[in-house]
Design a binder for this molecule. Structure first.
Ligand SMILES: [Zn+2]
Length: 285
């Protein structure tokens, strides 16, 4: 990581900047950079690698602590920085502590990390793959200069959870039988939490309501399935409605909550986060 020349002062007058940029320490513990909560401060440029040896040059930006999480936004993106901070601040304020406690930093790049995208394009077999976000190690990165949907933030938080893949596979096996039986008893239909403008992404992220991965994106990619489960549970709390509904033989329509459709995954995530994610009054069921 290199400390470069101070960045230009952003045009927005609401941001009170310090004159000396701080060195952004990607390895810092939570709160280790002593970023203030009451205002955004200027941070210097640095190079950062997410994975696969990819390299992104962050040109400098501002940082503010929101709900105890250090949020760093690069200059020059498509949306004014104070709006990006406000949006992420509102999202963080509604998350349970057990989830935000596992986060140190959110970093918003104004562009894409093309080397990183290329690796996922290959790994996932999705031509032209462009990540909207990345998560892991207590950090979430957003690409393209803006936070994405609430659902994407919820998803990325899942990459910070200590879940064993074999435990998860066992939960998937158990849920497979459950969702198959539910589907036999009536038509299941996903209910959207928020509009996803890109139809390809929308299809990828729509619940399948069948044995296997929760969404097409997560099918066979169990690390992603963990994140999609967290996304559904958090979105249900956040948006106040079930992720699906079920039409019975007499034509009656019933809300289908994630915890009732995927009980084994839900109970495993509750034990790990120690949060009553499906709000049934108990942790682990
Ligand atoms: Zn993911």
């Amino acid at each position: 990581m290199q400390l470069a020349a101070p960045v230009a002062t952003p045009a927005h007058p609401q941001l009170a900047l310090v004159t000396e940029p701080i060195r952004w320490n990607a390895g810092a513990g939570r709160g280790g950079n002593h970023v203030p909560a009451d205002r955004a401060i200027e941070v210097a440029a640095f190079d950062r690698s997410l994975a696969f040896g990819s390299k992104y040059h962050f040109q400098g930006g501002v940082a503010q602590a929101l709900s105890g999480v250090e949020v760093l936004v690069e200059l020059g993106g498509p949306i004014p920085i104070d709006q990006v901070l406000a949006r992420i601040g509102a999202q963080l304020a509604q998350l349970p502590k057990a989830v935000t406690e596992r986060l140190r930093q959110i970093i918003v790049y104004r562009g894409q990390d093309t080397g990183y995208d290329k690796q996922w394009e290959k790994a996932y077999g999705i031509p032209g793959f462009q990540a909207v976000a990345a998560g892991g190690g207590g950090q979430v990165t957003f690409f393209g200069g803006k936070p994405y949907t609430d659902g994407v933030l919820f998803h990325e938080l899942g990459h910070n959870l200590p879940v064993s893949t074999s435990d998860w596979r066992r939960a998937v096996d158990s849920d497979d039988a459950h969702i198959a039986a539910l589907a036999k008893g009536g038509a299941l239909r996903p209910i959207e939490f928020e509009d996803v403008p890109d139809p390809v992404r929308k299809a990828r992220w729509t619940p399948r309501l069948a044995p296997g991965g929760i969404t097409p994106y997560a099918d066979g990619r169990w690390g992603e399935d963990i994140c999609e489960a967290l996304r559904m549970l958090m979105s249900e709390q956040h948006k106040g409605h079930a992720f699906a509904d079920r039409t019975d033989a007499t034509g009656g329509v019933h809300a289908l909550w994630f915890g009732d459709a995927y009980p084994a995954r839900t109970s495993l995530l509750e034990r790990i986060t120690q949060v009553d994610l499906d709000r049934d009054g108990a942790i682990g069921s």
